[in-house]
Structure formats: structure tokens, C-alpha cells
Design a protein around this ligand. Structure first.
Ligand code: NAD
Length: 487
């Protein structure tokens, strides 16, 4: 891909940063320079806010049905450009084209379609207060929302934030992760092409400092972050200065519980999807796999055999199942976690090696790692790695499995594999996690609310629930009778 410029998107136009500062984005698989990216400073954020204010005035005055139509048109355009966008996503993230061509763009389009359809049905309620009065509520937008994204699923994250925000009548300023700035620009262009008024969706690029300009800005009403727990804490503190609404989609160390009556091959598939898909760079991954002691050996044997058969390689090759990690820095972090896990006494059964034969020496290619002989208090088992690293643990009974699964400050997701219907629901009810799966893992249909509890986050994306986080109610009391004065 030829080197190109990646500009800011403000007021419906590609624009350079006022002070002309730029940074690079590179292909994580090859190190090749993909684009020189315009970096937004204070003056650019000010321009974006001004554009968003103008956009908001137009957009929030349109009917819900009109807004919905534009979002649904954008969904169609996104789908029509699936292959081109999936390729760009693969170049920017290092994730296999096998994934991006079926997951990322589709998920973004599903979201625009879903909230486009929901938009027309948004309404307040009528509240009967007897013959002399009634009240009603108006569901109103918040104003300008800031979206701040992580680098693992850039198109999906941009759409998961933009679609509900815009459906509710807000304007958005979106800052993609500095490592993956390219596809959010395409989402912006497509929204404009679909008829979105200028200034309703803006993109600014940059690092934490640019993010901070948004989270501390007095004219921004809300911030929605997808990122690390530590970043979530900082953003919440910064947002407190102007009492902004906050949605936080953060990290986790989620458990998968495999009971003795589970279908073993299905549970192995679930554990592989929940650890190795996207090179393990998924927030909701089930990185602590608790397997009942009676089936652990057989589970491990099948898991290892199938994991060793995974094809690691060029992310653009449609046969590749494991691509490159996002950056050299992140690769080093993952390799260190693997080395530290061994030092702590966990047994590396397979994988965990960097592939260094050319051409893989130019990217962060790490073979999927499976650890056995893990203990609950090991750092390996307690801290998020965000790479292809699975920790296997065994348990004796249900009560113990639940207690150990919940023994974490995180609570993003959880999975249960069992053929016992009663056990499935009983266990799920007691797991401290915002998003759960029974006999599957990591599926995020747009209709289903997604988000975490405990330190994994606040608020929900997707589903009807997201509307609550991008709108506010105004209550209106209407007097039909006399106003009696006590004075
Ligand atoms: P990160 O927290 O380093 O960065 C996320 C975004 O926040 C980036 O755009 C970054 O520039 C910005 N940022 C960083 N510091 C900031 C600050 N002080 N103020 C404002 N903005 C700031 O996360 P990452 O490395 O990009 O992504 C990986 C993390 O994201 C993992 O922890 C993962 O679990 C989490 N994640 C969560 C979800 C979810 O939906 N729950 C989804 C994907 C990733």
C-alpha cells in the first residue's frame, strides 16, 4: 500500500492539524509505513467542538426517523465496501483478513443498521397524574459526545460508539487509538456520503494528550472509552471536572468454566475462540480456563493438538488464523508475561515463542501459548495480557469454581460449558460478569448489551440498553387545573 496522508475529519472535511504535527502508523506485520497521521492539538479540538456544535444543532432538530434513515444508508455503504475496508483494517491491526473480512466491517454495519432502526422508535412516556395534571418525559440527546477507541477492533469500536450516539441525536468527536487511525476516517467519509450533516461525526487523531483535551473539555457532555482499566480511571477523574457522563469499556481476566458433563470438543473450541482469536487481543477473552478435574487431561490433550494446528502467518493470506500483534512494544509485553509465568512456576505446554524466520522477523508473531499447572495467585492468572496466552486451572466442585472465577477485580465476561441446563443458569446467575455465554464464547450480536461490572467498566454498549447511555430524560409536569397558592 502506498504511503498516504491520514488527516483529521472536521466539519465533513479532511483537514490538516493547525500546527502541522504528524505521527506515523505502521503495518504491525511488516513494519511498513502506512500513513503519516495529522496529530490534533488544542486548536484542532477547538475546531472539532465548534463543528460538532453546529452539527448538533442541525442533527438534533431532525426527526428520529430521518436520522435513522441516514444511519441505515451508512450501514449499506459500509457493507458494500467490506473487502476494501477489511484489507485496510488488516494492514493497520495485523489481524488476519480471515477475521476482518467477516467480523469487523459487518459488526460496524450491524450496529449502524440496528440503531438506525431503533432511532425511529425513540420516545418519552406519558404519565397520568389524575384529571388535573399529567407529565411527560422527553428523551433528549446529551450534546457532544467524545468517543475514544482502543486499537484491536477500530472500525467496530468507531461504529459501536457512533451509532447509538447519533441515533439519539448527539454529535460525536471520535479519537481512534494512535496505533490504528485509518478506518475511523472511512467510517466518517461513509457517514457523510450517507447524508450525515457536516460536523455531526468528527475524527481527531493523537495520543493520550489529545484524548485529554476531549475528556476535560467543558463543552463535551459525555465520554465513552474503550481501553485499559488504568486509562478508564484517569478518564473518569478528568471527566469529573465537568461532571460528564462516562461509559467505560475496559479490560478483564474473564473465566471460562468447563463442567464435567460438558461436550469437551465444544468447550475446547470455546476456549480457543476465547484466547486465540485476534491473537488474543480481545477484552472479553476467557483467559482463565477452569476445567473440572475429571476431564482436564482429555481437555488439555485436545486443546493442545488443535492449537498447534493453527496457522500463523501473513495476515493478508486468507488461510492465516493467527496474525501479528499490534506493535513491538506490545509483543515485548506479551513475551515478558509468558517468561514471567514460567518463572512463577506455571508450565508452558505449547507455544509462547516468537516466530523469527523471515519475513516474520519484521512483526510481532507469537505462537499461541497454553499454560498448565497454574495457580490462582500467579500474576499470569491475575493480570490481563491481551495476547494469545491461555491459563488452564482445574476444580473439584461448582461452589469452588464460582468462588475462584469471581476472585478478581475485573468482571467483563464469563463463559460456562455444560449440558446441564439448571447448572448453566444457576452458575451464570452467580458469576460477577457483565456479559456471559453458555456453550459458546465471545459472540457479541448487536442486539445484546455488552459491558463489564467491577473494574471492567461502566455502562453498556449495544442493544436497547445503549440508548440509556447516550440520552437523558427531561420530565415535564403539565397543570390542567387551578394553581392554588399557600401564600
Ligand atoms: P489504552 O487504554 O492504552 O488506550 C485506549 C485509548 O485511550 C487510546 O485511544 C488512547 O490514546 C487513549 N488514552 C490513553 N490515555 C488517555 C488519557 N489519559 N486520556 C484520554 N485518552 C487516553 O488501551 P489500548 O492499549 O488501546 O487497548 C487495549 C485495552 O483496551 C485492553 O485493556 C483491553 O482489554 C481494552 N479493551 C476493552 C474493550 C471493551 O469493550 N471492554 C474492547 C477492546 C479493548
Amino acid at each position: 500500500m502506498a504511503k498516504q496522508d491520514c488527516k483529521l475529519y472536521i466539519a465533513g472535511k479532511q483537514q490538516n492539524a493547525v500546527d502541522g504535527q504528524t505521527f506515523e502508523t505502521r503495518n504491525p506485520a511488516t513494519g511498513e509505513l502506512l500513513a503519516q497521521v495529522q496529530q490534533a492539538g488544542q486548536a484542532d479540538v477547538a475546531r472539532a467542538v465548534e463543528a460538532a456544535q453546529a452539527g448538533f444543532a442541525t442533527w438534533s432538530a431532525m426527526t428520529c426517523a430521518e436520522r435513522g434513515r441516514i444511519l441505515r444508508r451508512a450501514a449499506d455503504l459500509l457493507r458494500a465496501r467490506n473487502d476494501e475496508l477489511a484489507r485496510l483494517e488488516t494492514l493497520d491491526t495485523g489481524r488476519p483478513i480471515q477475521e476482518t473480512s467477516v467480523e469487523d466491517i459487518n459488526s460496524g454495519a450491524d450496529c449502524l443498521e440496528y440503531f438506525g432502526a431503533l432511532a425511529a422508535g425513540l420516545s418519552g412516556e406519558h404519565i397520568d397524574l389524575g384529571p388535573q395534571a399529567f407529565a411527560y418525559t422527553r428523551r433528549e440527546p446529551l450534546g457532544i459526545c467524545a468517543g475514544i477507541g482502543a486499537w484491536n477492533y477500530p472500525t467496530q469500536i468507531a461504529c459501536w460508539k457512533a451509532a447509538p450516539a447519533l441515533a439519539c441525536g448527539n454529535a460525536m468527536i471520535f479519537k481512534p487509538a494512535e496505533l490504528t487511525p485509518l478506518t475511523a476516517m472511512k467510517v466518517a467519509e461513509i457517514l457523510s456520503e450517507a447524508g450525515l450533516p457536516d460536523g455531526v461525526f468528527n475524527v481527531v487523531h493523537g495520543f493520550a494528550e489529545t484524548g485529554q483535551l476531549l475528556t476535560r473539555h467543558p463543552d463535551i457532555a459525555k465520554v465513552s472509552l474503550t481501553g485499559e482499566v488504568g486509562t478508564g480511571r484517569k478518564i473518569m477523574a478528568d471527566a469529573a471536572g465537568t461532571v460528564k457522563h462516562v461509559t467505560l469499556e475496559l479490560g478483564g481476566k474473564s473465566p471460562i468454566l468447563v463442567f464435567k458433563e460438558a461436550e469437551i470438543d465444544r468447550a475446547v473450541t470455546g476456549a480457543m475462540l476465547g484466547n486465540f482469536y485476534s491473537g488474543g487481543e480481545i477484552c472479553s477473552n476467557g483467559t482463565r480456563v477452569f476445567v473440572h478435574e475429571s476431564i482436564k487431561d482429555s481437555f488439555l490433550e485436545r486443546l493442545v493438538a488443535r492449537t498447534e494446528a493453527l496457522k500463523i502467518g501473513d495476515p493478508l493470506d486468507p488461510d492465516t488464523q493467527v496474525g501479528a500483534l499490534i506493535s513491538e512494544e506490545h509483543t515485548q509485553k506479551v513475551l515478558k508475561a509468558i517468561a514471567d509465568g514460567q518463572k512463577e512456576g506455571a508450565k508452558l505446554v505449547t507455544g509462547g515463542q516468537r516466530v523469527t524466520d523471515p519475513p516474520f522477523d519484521r512483526g510481532g508473531f507469537v505462537t499461541p501459548a497454553i499454560f498448565d499447572a497454574c495457580e490462582d495467585d500467579m500474576t499470569l492468572v491475575r493480570e490481563e495480557i491481551f495476547g494469545p496466552v491461555l491459563s488452564l486451572l482445574s476444580f473439584k466442585d461448582e461452589e469452588e469454581a464460582i468462588a475462584r472465577a469471581n476472585d478478581t477485580p475485573y468482571g467483563l465476561a464469563a463463559g460456562v460449558f455444560t449440558r446441564d441446563l439448571a447448572r448453566a443458569h444457576r452458575v451464570i446467575a452467580r458469576l460477577q460478569a457483565g456479559t456471559c455465554w453458555i456453550n459458546n464464547y465471545n459472540l457479541t450480536p448487536i442486539e445484546m448489551p455488552f459491558g463489564g461490572v467491577k473494574q471492567s467498566g461502566l455502562g453498556r454498549e449495544n442493544g436497547k440498553a445503549a440508548i440509556e447511555y447516550y440520552s437523558q430524560l427531561k420530565s415535564v409536569y403539565v397543570e390542567l387545573g387551578e394553581l392554588e397558592s399557600p401564600y
